[in-house]
Design a protein around this ligand. Sequence first.
Ligand code: ADP
Length: 302
Amino acid sequence: KILVVGSINMDLVTYTSKTPKIGETVLGKTFSQIPGGKGANQAVAMARLGADVSMIGRVGKDSFGEVLIEGMRRDGLKTDGIEEVEGVSTGIASIVVDDSAHNSIIVVPGANFEIDEADLERHRKMYEESDIVVHQLETPLNVVEASLKLAKDLGKTTILNPAPAKELSDEMIANVDYLIPNETELELLSGMDVRDEEDVLKAAKVLMNKGVEKLVVTLGSKGAIYIDGNETKKVNAYKVDAVDTTAAGDSFIGGLATALANGKNFEEAMEFAARVGAITVTRRGAQTSLPRLEEVENFGGR
Ligand code: ADP
């Protein structure tokens, strides 16, 4: 069983030939509302892959909140831990994508920043019933810290995807079993430039010295690397025609946690996650691009 504590957003995506300058109005091409938010993306990825997954989070009492909760339910996610709060909007990301695929994004965290430590205690039972508890950094840092501590005190396996990148305290790191950054997040956390695999290993050493025990670094089309005190394992990415890498990392983490919860060993779990990530980048949007188990099983070749 998996518990995800994290963000829930509606992505408002506008495609336009040209991003307007300040004071300018342009005609856009298309618009879509796509469920997103790193927490929800990871939880939905797991649910579609067949995991038994619950989520703790918050949305506003508004139409986006309703649509998002309904969608998550349809995907088989347990939403009892998601509360609707008054006086603040559901989290949104306003995204503008131009013809050369460059994007500009405004995120309004809204209800995601209203989650507090009391929410976690209220849902203590969900922690007790879980094997793995998964976190990102789109909710208040003190809540992530408290959740990691609660999960660890109960003897659970904890995962932290440190995205968007923020500095982490040593106490926080001490409660993380698997830290899963991408290259940019690894750079911020280690204070080093990361250009190639050798740099990844050097940056990993810096993090290990800060108390990180198990590290998985995702490297986009270059795959992912697992590093702990004793060994290093690399899984290559699958060769696909990538059209939109939104939620690649989220789907990879969803795949990894699902496989681990199903008792797979780490190498198998990384391999499964790489398939999930590869399928996700062949489609546009966040939750619209997350595959179901059947698709992952039928996905061929490297
Ligand atoms: P994030 O979205 O957090 O930046 P990454 O871009 O590192 O995450 O992607 C996570 C994983 O998704 C990678 O380790 C890889 O397995 C898969 N992936 C990402 N981009 C591609 C791609 N272009 N082709 C195939 N697999 C990809």
